[in-house]
Write a protein that binds this ligand. Structure first.
Ligand SMILES: NC(=O)c1ccc[n+]([C@@H]2O[C@H](COP(=O)([O-])OP(=O)(O)OC[C@H]3O[C@@H](n4cnc5c(N)ncnc54)[C@H](OP(=O)(O)O)[C@@H]3O)[C@@H](O)[C@H]2O)c1
Length: 299
């Protein structure tokens, strides 16, 4: 008997007929196909899904976009700034994902502008006709004490980091109708700890609250909404951070969390295996919060 039925068949049998003529398969082959399908579903749990990652030209968003693409999703890479490095990086990422076999596209949109968000979702609807995964990653904020915030700082803070996410969600929901969907908001430890010159923390806290609200409102649909609260990351914003928290340069490597470790949790929350997790904000900080507590008088 030596070879199994599957290995005895030519490859084109699987490429062509296994998709089109299952009724004609021998019983053993049906089992083989089921095994292959199950393995593919494990390796690529987002296969056939369309994902939008806001602010994915660089930093954490870029890594999340790569991980979702590896999980089988078609990915929409979003960036804000027209021209320059960010746009070039977004286009390069979309090209890289296409070359690896994903369907990917880079779309410019400033999430703080409602019309810009509407135009991005019109493009997604025209291109894919659906959305299954929304990762609310984009963020942009001044590093200032609250009493130093100018009106334009306050507007940027709220329009990008609160309203912008709501605009995206409002546009995404109609494209997610009738199928399982996953929304993940990227938060930071500033939502729960006081960090100097970090007014963004108050927006993250508001959004973590909204994550729970959305999860409850969407309880009856197959859409999960969760947050991932990341610890310190080595991205472009670390350069800016150094100016305001000089001590950040002296922190041990263990104080930082790998971008990949955060992206892995986001990826999991975007799969059907995580359908029971709703309205949670999961901290992924390489244990930084625990360390802070150990170092405190209470620890
Ligand atoms: N860095 C950290 O230590 C840290 C820690 C915890 C949580 N986080 C969170 O993780 C997420 C990613 O942070 P990061 O450090 O990777 O950020 P980053 O390197 O500064 O990248 C930000 C990304 O968001 C985009 N973006 C900014 N404003 C936008 C807007 N209005 N519309 C569309 N896209 C916009 C940027 O595009 P352009 O380049 O075109 O502006 C860029 O692609 C953020 O939510 C952040 O708060 C970061």
């Amino acid at each position: 008997m030596g070879r199994s039925l599957a290995t005895a068949l030519p490859l084109d049998f699987f490429v062509d007929r296994h998709l089109t003529e299952p009724a004609r398969w021998p019983v053993g082959l049906t089992a083989q196909k089921a095994t292959i399908d199950a393995r593919e579903a494990r390796m690529q749990p987002c296969r056939g899904r369309v994902a939008l990652v806001t602010g994915s030209s660089r930093g954490l968003g870029r890594v999340i976009a790569r991980r979702l693409s590896e999980a089988g999703a078609d990915v929409v890479v979003n960036y804000r700034k027209v021209g320059g490095r960010s746009e070039a990086q977004a286009r390069a990422l979309a090209k890289e994902l296409v070359e690896r076999g994903s369907r990917a596209v880079a779309i410019q949109a400033d999430i703080s502008q409602k019309e810009s968000v509407t135009a991005m979702f019109q493009q997604i609807a025209a291109e894919h006709g659906r959305l299954d995964i929304l990762v609310l990653n984009a963020a942009r904020a001044p590093f200032k004490r609250v009493d130093e915030l100018l009106t334009r700082d306050l507007l940027e803070l709220i329009e990008t980091n609160y309203l912008g996410n709501i605009y995206c969600m409002q546009q995404a929901l109609p494209l997610m109708r009738g199928r399982p969907g996953h929304v993940v908001f990227i938060s930071s430890l500033g939502s729960r700890f006081v960090l100097p010159s970090y007014p963004l923390g108050s927006m993250k806290a508001a959004m973590e609250s909204l994550v729970k609200q959305w999860a409850a409102e969407l309880q009856d649909r197959q859409i999960t909404v969760n947050g991932v609260t990341a610890g310190l990351l080595k991205t472009d914003s670390l350069m800016v951070l150094r100016q305001y928290w000089p001590g950040v340069g002296r922190l041990p490597a263990s104080a930082f969390v790998e971008l990949d470790d955060v992206a892995a949790v986001v990826r999991f929350l975007c799969t059907d295996a995580a359908r029971g997790i709703r309205g949670q904000n999961i901290v992924v900080d390489n244990g930084l919060c625990n360390d802070i507590l150990h170092g405190s008088p209470a620890g």
